[in-house]
Design a protein around this ligand. Structure first.
Ligand SMILES: Nc1ncnc2c1ncn2[C@@H]1O[C@H](COP(=O)(O)OP(=O)(O)OP(=O)(O)O)[C@@H](O)[C@H]1O
Ligand SMILES: [Mg+2]
Length: 335
């Protein structure tokens, strides 16, 4: 399966189809929080080192787009080091020279470096172009770096590649430093799961505190989805197939809601899993996701089906509503 590009496409749409919401981000807290997520993206053979200079200024960016940019850079680094290696993610204040091209003022430099084979000058030239890829058909869509570039520009910054053939590649994102007062009142969405106070307790769309079982056969998609839910405060278990999910629940484990892909290998699919869980006492709510319209038409009205790719907001709201069917948005939870 074309994991890299499927994941990129999924995440691009996941985070992309919604208004940009800039928020104040303290990289000293945010980058270490992303460590787990990136580790799961990189797999077993590639390690990651995160370094943030203590005096790094905050930035004002859309947290999901930022996260996605780092995932895209991590995936490229992983692909560049098939035999393993180390990815270095770092952040510090940029020098005047490094922030050349930005309006005058303090700036922050976030970079992702690898020890892969590097990129030739011709490829460096075109790397940020949408749909430019040197990967085999199905392995890359050429959208990763274009998202990185789009994110940097949209944030008032820029992205650069530096590469020495034979020694590795480093992609830098230079962002204007944020001033605290300009960002007053914003919610650091990315940090919401860990650290920042959350608004509105169990408001609709809030999965914080929910125990969610994610059933997904694609390892990359499954782990990224799980990490995104964890960042929003959920406790997440994973199962690679419907039959294993059912076994897990039949073994007496509990969860508030199951998020399951429809089409999966194994003895039965997500729809059958949802039917069996519905018959249990008490029933276990299931939200199905599918990229195949064919299979979606097989479940008319019976279950909640989300079309992949699905905006993160919608996913969170649907999961919260399924898990707490009686917690209608009647205002009783408003602060
Ligand atoms: N760290 C890297 N090391 C070597 N080459 C790289 C690196 N990052 C990007 N490239 C080159 O730049 C090209 C474009 O990268 P980009 O992330 O935009 O697309 P992709 O990785 O090919 O596909 P996608 O990200 O959509 O799965 C890659 O195909 C590769 O040739
Ligand atoms: Mg890529």
């Amino acid at each position: 399966m074309e994991l890299g590009s499927r994941l990129t496409e999924h995440l691009l749409r996941f985070a992309g189809r919604r208004p940009v919401r800039p928020a104040l981000l303290h990289l000293r807290r945010t980058l270490p929080e992303l460590h787990e997520l990136l580790r799961s993206v990189l797999g077993r053979h590639v390690s990651i080192r995160v370094t943030v200079a203590p005096d790094t200024a905050p930035v004002r960016v859309d947290a999901s787009e930022f996260e996605l940019a780092l995932i895209n850079l991590a995936l490229n680094a992983r692909d560049a080091m098939p035999d393993g290696g180390e990815v270095r993610l770092s952040a510090r204040n940029a020098s005047a020279e490094e922030s050349d091209g930005l309006p005058p003022g303090p700036a922050v430099l976030v970079s992702v470096g690898d020890d892969g084979p590097g990129i030739s000058a011709e490829v460096v030239e075109r790397a940020f172009e949408p749909f430019f890829t040197t990967k085999a058909a199905g392995l890359g869509s050429g959208l990763g770096l274009s998202q990185v570039h789009g994110f940097a520009t949209q944030s008032g910054g820029l992205a650069r590649i530096a590469s020495t053939p034979g020694l590795g590649t480093s992609v830098s994102i230079v962002l204007p430093a944020a001033t605290e007062d300009r960002a007053a009142g914003t919610v650091p969405a990315l940090a919401a799961g860990a650290g920042a106070p959350r608004e509105g307790g169990d408001a609709p769309g809030d999965v914080a505190g929910l125990h969610i079982l994610v059933v997904e056969d694609n390892e990359d998609l499954g782990s990224v989805t799980a990490e995104l839910l964890r960042e929003h405060g959920a406790r997440v278990e994973r199962a690679p197939q419907a039959d294993e999910a059912l076994e897990w629940i039949e073994a007496g484990h509990r969860c508030d809601v199951v998020l399951s892909d429809v089409v999966m290998p194994g003895r039965f699919d997500g729809v059958e899993l949802a039917r069996r869980l519905k018959r249990r006492a008490p029933p276990v709510p299931v939200v199905l996701t599918t990229g195949f319209s064919r299979s979606a038409t097989r479940v008319p009205g019976e279950f909640t089906v989300l079309r992949k790719p699905c905006p993160l907001d919608l996913l969170l709201r649907t999961l919260a509503a399924a898990a707490r069917p009686d917690a209608a948005p009647d205002g009783s939870h408003d602060p």
